[in-house]
Design a binder for this molecule. Sequence first.
Ligand code: G6P
Ligand code: ZN
Length: 575
Amino acid sequence: MANFTVNRVVTSPIEGQKPGTSGLRKKVKVFTQPHYLHNFVQSTFNALSAEKVKGSTLVVSGDGRYYSKDAIQIIIKMAAANGVRRVWVGQNGLLSTPAVSAVVRERVGADGSKANGAFILTASHNPGGPNEDFGIKYNMGNGGPAPEGITDKIFENTKTIKEYFIAEGLPDVDISAIGVSNFSGPGGQFDVDVFDSASDYVKLMKSIFDFQSIKKLITSPQFSFCFDALHGVGGAYAKRMFVEELGAKESSLLNCVPKEDFGGGHPDPNLTYAKELVARMGLGTNPDSNPPEFGAAADGDADRNMILGKILLDANMKFFVTPSDSVAIIAANAVQAIPYFSSGLKGVARSMPTSAALDVVAKSLNLKFFEVPTGWKFFGNLMDAGLCSICGEESFGTGSDHIREKDGIWAVLAWLSILAHKNKDNLDGGKLVTVEDIVKQHWATFGRHYYTRYDYENVDAGAAKEVMAHLVDLQSSISGVNTTIKGIRSDVTDVISADEFEYKDPVDGSVSKNQGIRYLFEDGSRLVFRLSGTGSEGATIRLYIEQYEKDSSKTGRDSQEALAPLVKYFYLFSF
Ligand code: G6P
Ligand code: ZN
């Protein structure tokens, strides 16, 4: 058993360590500056109460992006020096963000230990590599992201930090081999437990979904399936889950080998970046002539998802399920299709810019409903209080109260469950109910929320603030705005109200202000403006445009065409 001592290192504050919506994300070159990671990790330990650190069990892993392996060794040594009792690491440092949440909540160590918190090393869907992004965030004992009270404290600490603690004499731990290594320090024993990245997560998924019925669907000759991990950590789960457990062919997996630089790609599951999947589904350049019925992708840390249906070249049908529709459709079908929800939903929730498709389902099923600011952490309190079962965001996040993070693979399994349920009597040669059928049926029942988002990236931060201030000013003269617009565009209804979204957490009473600017129209349409909270440089302004169509004869239009009047409207009054 190697012995270590504790080294106190003198340091000084480094600017700009304020955690964003999902932790601290910066270029690798920023993170590798002397003391940069150390200052942030020590500031986090200092922000937690002593019992959350001394004698605790800490999970440290992530999406495997460049610099993760070095960061893990640093955090192990700092944890040891700060009195942490044991560190749990997924093999090769890999754990998806949802799997970290599952491990914190569910895993029991050989000695009966449970995790108290986790450092997740990821910059989510941002590219990786020496010139790209790295990130770190802290999750609490419930498996969810640290609340603002803690992240504010961390930031305050980074502004006054004078010292950090790191173990000396503790060798680098081989994180490629499963097993426990024991060390001994001034405070007693310290262990590093390297474990299989997939087991706990697969076990949890098997307790939620009916794997038998999904397997029957996937192995049916009438169905075909494809999953793209974009070389993110989702690949560490895909083979186990889809091939070994559910019987998919190996050829259904695309880019499922996790890579430090995500193969040079942008690991964001959308129609722009998931190019290979889009081609496999029959769209884009070099489209496959025989696309599968169902396609899905996850982002770098596998918490986001994209769901696609078969794209028929001749019929020009792009079947992309918008994330706002996806959560609504999952909520509408969960009780029948997913055993975990069979006794009913406690409630549902969406982030403010997400379309109101979920609201309509909640109303029709008489479910509790919540609208929260952007950021998954706002769902956590509702779930901990037993108020919410399913939630989702327009930013490709969907999930449930099985953990406290959004969950890309869960979303894929939820969709497969709905398909399996709808096709339970069709798999012996009947006509398959497709993704497209399910979405269209949903619109016919609940109406359709046409929806689009525009992103203005790399805007100067000062200019972005000015645009937002201008939009707030305009709110005081709604009648003026309506008069101007009516002169130019007569096919949009009047703006009837405008506000800046503010949220009071119904559980702890905390208030989050300035969460986006909303313009609400008479016919239920909305324009929302928000500053992104996840960029690593400059500012990004996001515009969300939404229009509700109840008339089932009008729900099949092209969404860009349907939204054209509102898009025009927005251009007129913002720039
Ligand atoms: C992360 C969070 C999501 C959030 C998204 C918003 O992915 O985990 O909960 O919706 O950021 O990103 P934005 O760039 O719009 O602030
Ligand atoms: Zn992510």
